[in-house]
Design a protein around this ligand. Structure first.
Ligand code: DGT
Ligand code: CA
Ligand code: CA
Ligand code: ZN
Length: 575
């Protein structure tokens, strides 16, 4: 079976390769089709088997792209893409991971220097060849050289949204196996880290061989990396999945141990040692001392259930998102763990786009989708024109006035409260370049940095947070996961200013961003600020990505009270 991700990856590669060849318009069409395929709620494979018409029902997928999707599902390849690969044999996926290297750069560097791989790029930068190419200089060469290490590391990890659906699919698949008693995810995927090295999955079973066999036979597995009696690893869609089969009586201990993090486990093990006990992946044992040849020696205090291990150590259960060794065990011991925000606590979204700027859907379509998902209110925050926003995409002040009026007109016709807003651009000097009276007339103003996204950014964002009409700072650092680093921020200071001025700091739920991240959330909350979990959705299906934002907020110890859009619309409008 071909996954939606796999189809989307091909379409994105298509877009990149067309762009590298400097083809106009088409790359954008492929990219948008890819985004819609990736988040499409139904299996695109199943649609493809019905034919091109069924595939063409997906938003932004026209006849030509639909035919390519069907070709891919049926044959495993797309002829035209193979031709493009022959024309430009560079590893475009790996090379574009280097910050500042886009598809066009890949095309130029291939034409001039024959660069195909990261190693080629590294060697060319080392030899000073890149600066000799037209359009490049010593500075761009140095920037490329500086980005290569990060790009190499990025290729060893996966973004959470690429791994999580696969992790959930293998979990469900193993859960229905007749020999499995229980299944749990473990490791960073269970802690909802924004990027993961691999997916860890544990199964409680007395029949390791049967589980391992089913695991390696999973239809979505691309290859088996290793397979033993109780352990195996496969690769699926570029993601490594590690399986461990454990005895049912030890499942809780194994789940605790392999969920980590290492730092959390060190703190927890210390608590066991303080009681003259021993904690390891097999259980919690009444045996003094840390080292023992027989890891199962001593009387077993707990091991079957994870919660019982914490309980025996006089602790309440600790949510996986908190297990980073950042004081959660001390907080748990003192009864001071946060009551974490849940997806169900969210009542609105203050940052979505429509086709008035670069979204794919109308105001009504976004409103309907948000209402279907149970939200009470929706902030339409289309892009204002400005630096960092592609020409023609952002709204001028006059267009924004008309858009605002249109949103208010439609508000009476939809089953959700619409808020008229904007996503303004924060310039490097902290100004946002929209008429003040116009800003004052809007229900919600999101201001975000969209260009010049490196170096220190605190003063820039502080100025925006102090602006009387700004309600939300969107994706504050501007970082991309496994992409660019974004602005350097003094989050304590930004949090204090945001608190003083009632400006909420966004956790942008788009998995490419997850900005602010968990650690940053914790810092700004401690400084007294509120956060807001927004999807920044550009199409209805992207509203479902909100869970990544919620779990990121949870990694930052956020409670419902800390989150602006967990409050009523009246509270939001007062802010
Ligand atoms: P990742 O996969 O790099 O995103 O991060 P994790 O946390 O999933 O790390 P991974 O897959 O290497 O191991 C899963 C968990 O198992 C890890 O969080 C803690 C635990 N663990 C694995 N090996 C060791 C070890 O040698 N010592 C300790 N203390 N814990 C370990
Ligand atoms: Ca892992
Ligand atoms: Ca692992
Ligand atoms: Zn946005």
């Amino acid at each position: 079976m071909t996954t939606n991700d796999a189809v989307a990856d091909r379409l994105e590669e298509f877009a990149d390769r067309l762009e590298a060849l400097e083809v106009e318009y088409k790359p954008r069409a492929y990219r948008r089709a890819a985004e819609n395929v990736r988040t499409h709620p139904e299996s695109v494979d199943a649609l493809a088997r019905e034919g091109t018409d069924a595939v063409g029902e997906i938003d932004r997928v026209g006849d030509a792209i639909a035919a390519k999707i069907v070709e891919f599902v049926e044959t495993g390849a797309i002829d035209e893409l193979e031709d493009l690969r022959d024309e430009l044999p560079a590893d475009i996926v790996a090379l574009t991971r280097v910050e500042g290297v886009g598809p066009k750069t890949v095309g130029q560097l291939y034409d001039a220097l024959g660069i195909e791989t990261l190693d080629d790029l590294d060697a060319a930068a080392e030899a000073g060849e890149i600066q000799t190419v037209d359009g490049f200089g010593p500075t761009s060469e140095a920037n490329i050289a500086a980005g290569i290490e990060t790009a190499r590391r990025a290729s060893e990890r996966e973004r959470l949204d690429r791994a999580r659906p696969r992790a959930e699919a293998i979990r469900e698949y193993l859960a229905v196996h007749e020999d499995s008693d229980e299944v749990s995810l473990a490791g960073s995927i269970r802690r909802w880290k924004p990027t993961v090295g691999d997916v860890d999955v544990l199964v409680a079973s007395g029949s390791g061989a049967a589980i391992v066999e089913a695991f390696t036979d999973w239809p979505e597995a691309d290859r088996t990396i290793e397979a033993g009696d109780q352990k195996a690893a496969i690769e699926s869609g570029g993601v490594r999945i590690d399986l461990r089969v454990v005895a049912p009586g030890e499942f809780g201990a194994a789940t605790q141990y392999f969920t980590g993090s290492r730092d959390h486990n060190v703190d927890l093990r210390q608590r066991a040692i303080d009681r003259d006990w021993k904690l390891n992946e097999f259980g919690l044992f009444d045996v003094p001392g840390v080292e023992d040849d027989d890891q199962r020696a001593g009387e077993r205090i707990a091991g079957e259930h994870e919660a019982a291990i914490y309980d025996a150590l006089d602790l309440p259960p600790i949510e996986p998102e908190l297990r980073e060794g950042r004081g959660e065990i001390a907080a748990a011991a003192d009864g001071e763990l946060p009551d974490l925000i849940d997806a169900g606590d969210l009542r609105g979204d203050l940052h979505v786009h429509t086709d008035a700027s670069d979204g794919d859907a109308t105001i009504e379509e976004m409103a309907r989708a948000a209402a279907e998902r149970g939200l009470d209110y929706l902030g339409i925050a289309d892009h204002a024109a400005g630096p960092g926003i592609v020409g023609g995409v952002g709204l001028s002040d006059d267009e924004l006035r008309a858009h605002r009026d249109r949103i208010r007109e439609l508000d009476d016709t939809v089953d959700i409260r619409l808020l008229a807003g904007v996503e303004a651009n924060i310039a490097p000097d902290g100004t946002i370049g929209i008429d003040d009276d116009l800003l004052a007339s809007l229900d919600v103003v999101v201001a975000s940095p969209h260009h010049d996204l490196s170096g220190p950014g605190t003063d820039r964002l502080v100025a925006a947070a102090e602006h009387p009409h700004v309600d939300v700072i969107g994706h504050p650092t501007g970082a991309y996961r496994l992409g660019r680093e974004g602005l350097g921020l003094d989050l304590d200071r930004l949090g204090q200013v945001a608190a003083e001025h009632d400006t909420a700091l966004e956790v942008n739920a788009n998995p490419r961003r997850l900005d602010l991240g968990g650690r940053a959330v914790r810092t700004v909350l401690e400084a007294g600020a509120q956060i807001v979990v927004n999807t920044d959705a550009h199409r209805p299906s992207a509203l479902d990505l909100v869970r990544y934002g919620v779990h990121t907020a949870r990694r930052g110890w956020a409670e419902a009270d800390d989150v602006l859009n967990a409050q009523s619309v009246e509270t939001v409008l007062d802010a």
